[in-house]
Design a protein around this ligand. Structure first.
Ligand code: MF3
Ligand code: CO
Ligand code: CO
Length: 262
C-alpha cells in the first residue's frame, strides 16, 4: 500500500486544533477513573462515550479489524493493548492510554501514561524519561530539520538513562487520514530522512523500554509486549510544522504533561 505525504495549508490547522483538543480532553477526562480495581474495558467504554458525546468518532473502531475505542497498554505491553473487562488494574501498574478521535473528518491522536496507585521509583523514572524523550523529539521539529534529527534526539535521551527505544513502531503522518507519511522513527541519524516543511502534520510517539528494544506480538494479532517482559512506556502528541517551528494540537487543556496529574 502506498502512503501519501500531504502538506496541509496552514489554514487547515484550525481543524487539527479542534480534533486534537477533543483527543486531549478525552485523556484529561479519564484521569480520575484510572484507579486500582477498574478494568481496562470499563475505561474504554467511558472513553468511547466521552468522544461520541462531544462530537467525535473513535478512529480505532473498525481500523484493520480493531474493535475498541482505545488502546490500553499496562506495564510490559508496549502498545496496542486491547481493553477488556477481565483486565483489572492493580496498585503499582503503569498504563498507557492511546486514543484517536475523528472530528469533521480530521484526526487527533494522542497518548499518555497514568499511574495506578503508587508505582515503583524505577517505573516512575521510565515514565518521566519517556515524556522527556517525546519532548526533545518535538523540539527538533522545525523547517529545515529532518525526521532523522527527531529520532536521533529521542534515542539519545532514552539511552542517556540506559533505556532503549522501540524500533518496530513509529510516529506517522496524520490529518485527514489516520496513518500517512512521513514515518517518525524513534531513532535516527541527524540530517537524514525527510526534510520538514511548514504544513506537515505528524505524530511523535516514542516507546521506551527499561530492557531490550525487542518486541513480540501476542496471538491476538495486536498486543505488542517487550520480549524480556521489562516495563515499557509511551507518550504521543499530534503536531504540525509551522514557519518557525511546531504547534502541538493535543496539549492538555488542564496543563497536564506526565503523571501524577493534579
Ligand atoms: N493510536 C495508535 C497510533 O498511535 C494506533 C492504534 S491502531 C489500533 O498510531 F487499531 F490499534 F487501535
Ligand atoms: Co499515532
Ligand atoms: Co495513538
Amino acid at each position: 500500500m502506498t502512503k501519501n505525504m500531504t502538506i496541509y495549508p496552514l489554514s487547515d490547522f484550525e481543524y487539527l486544533r479542534k480534533a486534537g483538543k477533543l483527543a486531549a480532553e478525552t485523556l484529561d477526562y479519564i484521569t480520575p477513573f484510572v484507579e486500582p480495581g477498574v478494568s481496562t474495558g470499563k475505561l474504554d467504554s467511558l472513553l468511547e462515550d466521552f468522544m461520541r458525546s462531544h462530537g467525535g468518532i473513535p478512529a480505532t473502531i473498525g481500523y484493520h479489524g480493531y474493535t475498541k475505542a482505545s488502546c490500553i497498554s499496562p506495564n510490559h505491553v508496549i502498545c496496542h493493548g486491547i481493553p477488556n473487562d477481565h483486565k483489572i488494574l492493580q496498585d503499582g501498574d503503569i498504563i498507557n492510554i492511546d486514543i484517536t478521535v475523528i472530528v469533521d473528518g480530521w484526526y487527533g491522536d494522542t497518548s499518555r501514561m497514568y499511574y495506578v496507585g503508587k508505582p515503583s521509583i524505577k517505573a516512575r523514572r521510565l515514565v518521566e524519561t519517556t515524556y522527556k524523550t517525546m519532548m526533545v523529539g518535538i523540539e527538533q521539529c522545525k523547517p529545515g530539520n529532518t525526521t532523522g534529527d527527531i529520532g536521533h534526539a529521542m534515542q539519545t535521551l532514552a539511552a542517556s538513562e540506559n533505556f532503549s527505544v522501540v524500533m518496530d513502531f513509529c510516529g506517522h503522518g496524520i490529518g485527514r487520514v489516520f496513518h500517512g507519511l512521513p514515518n517518525i522513527l524513534n531513532y535516527g541519524v541527524p540530517g537524514t530522512g525527510t526534510e520538514l516543511v511548514p504544513g506537515m502534520v505528524f505524530t511523535v510517539e516514542p516507546m521506551v523500554n527499561i530492557g531490550t528494544h525487542q518486541a513480540l506480538i501476542l496471538s491476538d494479532g495486536w498486543t505488542a509486549i517487550t520480549k524480556d517482559r521489562s516495563l515499557s512506556a509511551q507518550f504521543e502528541h499530534t503536531i504540525g510544522i509551522t514557519p518557525d517551528g511546531y504547534e502541538i494540537f493535543t496539549l492538555s487543556p488542564n496543563g497536564w504533561t506526565y503523571p501524577p496529574y493534579r
